[in-house]
Design a protein around this ligand. Structure first.
Ligand SMILES: Cc1cc2nc3c(=O)[nH]c(=O)nc-3n(C[C@H](O)[C@H](O)[C@H](O)COP(=O)(O)O)c2cc1C
Length: 248
């Protein structure tokens, strides 16, 4: 870890600035997250809205207990398998990916670091949905807002993380290891820790491409990005290649 620069100072940040700088962080320092910070992060997660305020979201927090270590080892296997599939499917090693300085290759390097160090991730949160009813198409809408609240709160306290769904290759073993009932939906696996790199501007499509007024496809003259907004490189559906500078 000697090549890791000093951690960023944690400065108070406005909600809007936090929103604009909460990007996916996949490389973590090994420092544990203190209980108070973890409680604050989970509190924010539980402030999220849910349908009829039913509050079906549940959070299994994995640190360094015996179950957690087992679960992290299972997840590490799953993450490595899923990244290997994505790397091949999205052609990360082909084309510009052969140039180590290309965005594609840098993204691949971050991903490799992420999955190779998964067991050392200080905290992994399994965001779950305890349905209590038959599956419904809108179920996810009662758990994913809590995931974003969690990531925003982590950002406010100087931590970083990323919403992932790469637990799926070991889901049955994970349920067995952690006694997660079959009717509970594991919605996301969210690793958290102090970033190796830094928080930074999120890049997205410009407002003009995604905001319509009055009818579908009609541009809105007022829908203008604030000064300094960063954009993704192209209009095509992103594979993530062009985002490689975000967690370098
Ligand atoms: C529904 C959803 C599923 C995701 N699944 C994964 C995943 O399995 N693995 C991963 O590394 N990132 C995953 N991500 C993170 C996205 O890749 C990331 O949020 C996106 O590329 C934007 O990154 P940025 O905020 O750094 O710009 C997921 C994000 C969402 C919203």
């Amino acid at each position: 870890m000697n090549d890791i620069p000093p951690a960023e100072r944690v400065e108070p940040i406005s909600l809007l600035d936090g929103l604009a700088t909460t990007r996916a962080i996949r490389r973590y320092r090994p420092d544990p997250i203190p209980d108070d910070d973890l409680a604050a992060i989970l509190f924010a997660a539980t402030r999220a809205p849910s349908g009829s305020n039913r509050q079906p979201a549940r959070f299994v927090v994995l640190r360094d207990g015996s179950h957690a270590r087992l679960a992290k080892a299972l997840l590490a296997r799953s993450f490595r398998a899923r990244w290997a599939e994505k790397r091949a499917a999205d052609g990360y090693a082909a084309g510009s990916g052969t140039d180590p300085s290309s965005p594609k290759a840098r993204m691949a390097a971050t991903m490799a670091y992420f999955v190779d160090h998964f067991e050392q991730t200080p905290v992994v949160v399994l965001a779950c949905l305890d349905r209590g009813r038959k599956p419904h198409p809108h179920d996810g809408a009662s758990v994913y807002p809590s995931c974003q609240n969690l990531l925003l709160a982590a950002r406010a306290l100087g931590y970083g993380g990323v919403l992932t769904v790469w637990h799926t290759a070991v889901e049955d073993e994970l349920r067995a290891a952690l006694a997660i009932p079959d009717d509970v939906f594991i919605a996301a696996t969210i690793p958290l820790g102090r970033p190796v790199s830094r928080h930074g501007p999120v890049r997205r499509r410009p407002l003009a491409e995604v905001v319509f007024e009055d009818r579908w496809g009609a541009s809105a003259a007022w829908a203008v990005d604030p000064p300094g907004a960063r954009h993704t490189a192209s209009r095509r559906a992103s594979t993530g290649h062009e985002q490689a500078d975000l967690d370098r």
